[in-house]
Design a protein around this ligand. Structure first.
Ligand SMILES: Cc1cc2nc3c(=O)[nH]c(=O)nc-3n(C[C@H](O)[C@H](O)[C@H](O)COP(=O)(O)O)c2cc1C
Length: 225
């Protein structure tokens, strides 16, 4: 089965995770913008940066999947808010639900990684968006702030880096489970082939004996005549 890591990254943190994962599991990593045909892969690992709740490039990429019955899919988000926070995870997952089909959502294993931000590198549209968001979030009473709101306030106008490659461990564990299943099914196939070969040999021997005895019988019959 062929595998691919696809990433949607604007400022590089998701790309860093994708490249590291690629190194660790020896699978090619490619940007969603450069991917030609998603349907030729059976194991798809999609990593996307979070932008206003959306997973960058995910909708555009996964909507091209024709038949997912024999596919394995992983989706990993990379965002600024803490992925250890349950409310944050619920929000991200609800947003994902609205961006992909029910079938893919139910099939996919979903993970959450933490990225980073460097305000000095943001384009004008993103800087403006973050400023508007910051001004709105600052008005929320302290007790009602979500993890996402807090991350926004704490990191506003700064350069922060929460990239942690050890968090790829859970994704790698899931991929190894896939590989183990493939090896097991390969094992069953090898057994079937081995058994079939053995039965074919037995059949051949029977045929040899049959024709050998047949010859003897017909020779005996001829000599009696
Ligand atoms: C305009 C904008 C919107 C963002 N929206 C979210 C968000 O909804 N949730 C979140 O956790 N992080 C959000 N972030 C932070 C990014 O997800 C984070 O910087 C991530 O590491 C970006 O990935 P990239 O470097 O691969 O593009 C936002 C950042 C920007 C600039």
């Amino acid at each position: 089965m062929s595998s691919i890591i696809i990433y949607g990254s604007k400022y590089g943190t998701t790309k860093m995770y994708a490249k590291e994962l690629s190194k660790r599991i020896n699978v090619e990593a490619i940007s969603y913008e450069k991917l030609n045909d998603i349907n030729k892969y059976n194991k798809i690992i999609y990593l996307g940066g979070l932008y206003a709740g959306g997973v960058l490039g995910m909708f555009k990429t996964l909507k091209k999947l024709n038949n997912i019955s024999n596919k394995k899919i992983i989706i990993a988000t990379v965002g600024l808010a803490d992925p250890a926070d349950e409310t944050n995870i619920n929000n991200i997952r609800n947003n994902i639900k609205n961006q992909i089909s029910k079938e893919i959502y139910e099939k996919a294993k979903i993970f959450h990684l933490r990225g980073g931000i460097d305000y000095s590198k943001l384009n004008l549209a993103h800087k403006t968006m973050m400023k508007l968001l910051y001004n709105a979030v600052k008005k929320i009473p302290e007790g009602k702030l979500t993890a996402e709101n807090k991350a926004m306030i704490e990191t506003y106008n700064k350069k922060v880096d929460f990239v942690d490659f050890s968090s790829l461990g859970k994704i790698i564990d899931e991929i190894q489970k896939w590989l183990r299943k493939v090896r097991e099914s390969d094992g069953v196939f090898v057994c079937i082939v081995r058994e079939s070969k053995r039965h074919a040999l037995d059949l051949l021997m029977c045929l040899c004996y049959f024709s050998y005895f047949n010859d003897i019988i017909s020779t005996t019959k001829k000599s009696n005549l």
